[in-house]
Write a protein that binds this ligand. Sequence first.
Ligand code: CMP
Length: 236
Amino acid sequence: MDNNVVGLLKGVELFSELNEEQLAMLANLVVVQNFNRDETVVLEGDSSMQALYLIASGSVQVYMTGVDGRETILSFLERGDFFGEMSLIDGEPRSASVRTVTDAQMLIIHRESFIQLLRQTPEISMALLSEISKRLRKANKQIGSLSTMSVSGRVAGTLLNLMEERGVRIHTDNGTMVTVIHNRPTQQQLADMSGTTRETVSRICSMLVKAGAIAMTGKDIVIFDENALQEKAAKG
Ligand code: CMP
């Protein structure tokens, strides 16, 4: 069992600097838990369960719910990522909710163990700060685009972000390069990432498809013309 957990811990970026002995020690502090798709793992405002979650398999979405019930997606996290560190560090209630997008397996570390680990292992503290800085940069970008961009600019920006984060470059048969975003978000998720409605995303995506900038299949988004998206995002 522990060997299995060590194997899972090796897939977590946060622990990439740890040696075998440190990983083995950490494995003793970790509880493995399976979640079904669409299960809430962390609830915004909750202060009861103080633990850090490491994603061993599957993916989750981090989101906030507005007073009108509308969700804003802050991020998608996948295998190797972590969440739940903020409440552990500042002792405040959960800052956002986290829900599984697929079936998922998590490694859970309780607060005391994690804080002790941070004290003993500066490499982990540095890796954690680096990831939190990355997330803050992304959040700043999102705030900037929400307050200054038009809705079509924001949707184009969301597609460009997805492309940057998880796009795969592919040669087509006619020799051109395209970028494919596999397992694409639904139109509702794209809307929740862009601060708009599903209907508006549907309309803007249809326009982009007609203009030949993108194609959408059931599972993927294919980006043919990155420049067209960049122009839209730059126009604001
Ligand atoms: P915590 O506040 O404990 O619980 C919710 C978690 O969502 C939070 O810790 C972070 O791990 C994660 N989270 C909150 N905001 C963001 C964001 N903007 N990007 C990525 N993850 C986030």
